[in-house]
Write a protein that binds this ligand. Structure first.
Ligand code: H79
Length: 476
């Protein structure tokens, strides 16, 4: 099937908008190149420009993140009030884009602030849920493209403390709750698009085309001062998650990077600030690469089809699917940042909570295969080229730690599991959660199999831990 001109134009616009920071998914599926090769190149180029000093600083601040693997993304803002519907009509697309999709004038959209009163918001409950889900960091929208600050800001009165009946600063409460739970706390901040500001990027319906705006006036007058506020008023911030770097030149990018590096040297910068200076590569939204990707990278993803709450979107990914995606991403070397969209009352939809907690219960038993784990040394289990197209395989995934392999089985084999060909010798095997019961290992003709019971011990996926004896060079 050929792509329609409309789709091609949208694709071109999106890839232009996310210039070299977010890999283009369609390129990964191109016929001749090995799958994932272009993404691997982009990932390596993130680190390429760093000086040795910068590289050392980067290594120090990203160490926790490499262990963490699994984080909670929260999209919360005024858009939770219309929740995907404007003037009685559903508005297609992601919920937090409603102002743009329905071309709502600033004067009208602003009125939402007067009704925003999330009395059911409870920071402790949100952070407890993240902990129950096995997530190690939280990233929340401090300001999305609509320009509304969800924190008390001295820079602009268009913020939750000054413009709503709620009057509280939920970011202060979340920062405190995260500190109590030992969960890292970070901010999403839309640095480029700001549909509330005459000189911010994106609002062409009120303010005309972006190329006629005084963009630096907006950056210096609002975005940079607000990022400063976020990095000085909320304790240690683990990460600032910038997005959609429209019109972000290297000079503008460097201004934000310098602000972050000066105020909080341990704070990470995601891969969407602008050209250069990110600590890791951000994959496209919901885009899981087909192969192992070297370097540091993250997949930001939704539980349904929207980031901000939409009342009609109840198409939830199952706990089984979420667990597969988590293991899949970790086995390819990445982190998974998984989103919830709380309601305007301040409640995380029950289905999101239930599904995330189910993943958390799986992690309680099997987390050893995830936290701090390195990617698969094999790769054949991920899939293969069939008729010039990459066909994904989903039977099992492998993650590793020094001296150990973890095989997570999503399809239960009859009788035994054959280990992939390896130089190392497998010396011991057991199920995570049952380390005291050894599984029998048999080697014939150089092939090692693990004997399995008839029934899988875990309803979602069982993990076989295998201890290996790596041949030391120069011995035997
Ligand atoms: O914050 C979430 C999204 O709002 C943000 N990134 C994640 C983490 C994001 N900003 N832009 N995009 C994602 C790409 C946007 C694409 C679309 Fe559209 C928005 C497709 C449909 C609505 C723009 C407007 C392109 C077509 C119509």
């Amino acid at each position: 099937m050929k792509n329609s001109p409309a789709i091609l134009i949208v694709t071109a616009l999106l890839s232009a908008q996310l210039t070299h920071l977010v890999p283009c998914a369609s390129a990964a599926a191109k016929k001749s190149a090995p799958p994932g090769a272009d993404i691997a190149r982009r990932s390596e180029s993130v680190a390429a420009h760093r000086s040795p000093e910068e590289q050392a600083a980067h290594e120090a601040r990203i160490a926790w993140w490499r262990e963490a693997k699994f984080g909670l993304f929260i999209h919360w803002g005024l858009y939770a009030l219309p929740a995907g519907e404007w003037k009685g009509k559903p508005v297609a697309g992601i919920g937090e884009w409603i102002m743009n999709r329905a071309k709502i004038p600033v004067k009208e959209y602003e009125q939402l602030a007067k009704q925003f009163n999330p009395v059911k918001f409870n920071a402790e409950e949100w952070v407890q849920m993240a902990e129950d889900a096995g997530m190690k960091y939280i990233v929340i929208t401090s300001k999305h493209h609509d320009g509304f600050a969800m924190f008390g800001s001295k820079t602009s009165p268009y913020n939750i403390v000054d413009a709503t009946p709620f009057k509280r600063d939920p970011m202060k409460e979340l920062a405190a709750a995260c500190a109590r739970h030992g969960i890292k706390f970070g901010f999403y901040y839309s640095q480029a698009q700001d549909w509330h500001e005459p000189n911010g990027a994106g609002n062409t319906w009120d303010f005309g085309p972006d190329n006629r705006k005084d963009y630096d006036q907006y950056l210096r007058g609002k975005a940079e001062p607000q990022v400063r506020e976020l990095l000085t008023g909320y304790g240690p911030i683990c990460l600032v998650w910038f997005d959609t770097p429209r019109m972000m030149t290297p000079e503008r990018t460097a201004r934000f990077a310098q602000l972050v590096r000066t105020l909080q040297p341990n704070c990470l910068i995601d891969g969407r600030l602008g050209p250069g200076d990110g600590d890791y590569l951000s994959m496209g939204d919901n885009k899981i690469p087909p192969m192992v990707v070297p370097g540091d990278w993250e997949v930001p993803a939704t539980l349904n089809h929207t980031w901000g709450f939409k009342k009609d979107d109840t198409d939830w990914k199952t706990p089984e699917d979420l667990t597969f995606k988590l293991v899949d991403i970790v086995s390819k070397g990445g982190n998974y940042l998984l989103n919830v969209g709380p309601t305007a009352e301040g409640v995380i939809p029950q289905a999101s909570q239930d599904n995330l907690r189910r993943v958390g219960r799986w992690l309680k038993v099997n987390g050893e295969a995830i936290y701090g784990a390195r990617p698969t040394p094999f790769g054949a289990e991920l899939g293969a080229q069939v008729d010039g197209r990459f066909r994904e395989a989903k039977d099992w995934r492998c993650t590793t730690k020094p001296g150990k392999f973890y095989f997570t089985l999503f399809t239960w084999p009859a009788g035994s599991f054959q280990l992939p060909p390896m130089k190392a010798k497998a010396t011991k095997a057991w199920f995570l959660g049952d380390a005291r019961t050894p599984l029998r290992l048999t080697t014939t003709d150089g092939k090692t199999t693990v004997s399995l019971p008839e029934k899988a011990p875990d309803n979602i996926a069982s993990v076989i831990a295998v201890e290996i004896d790596v041949p030391k060079p120069g011995k035997d």
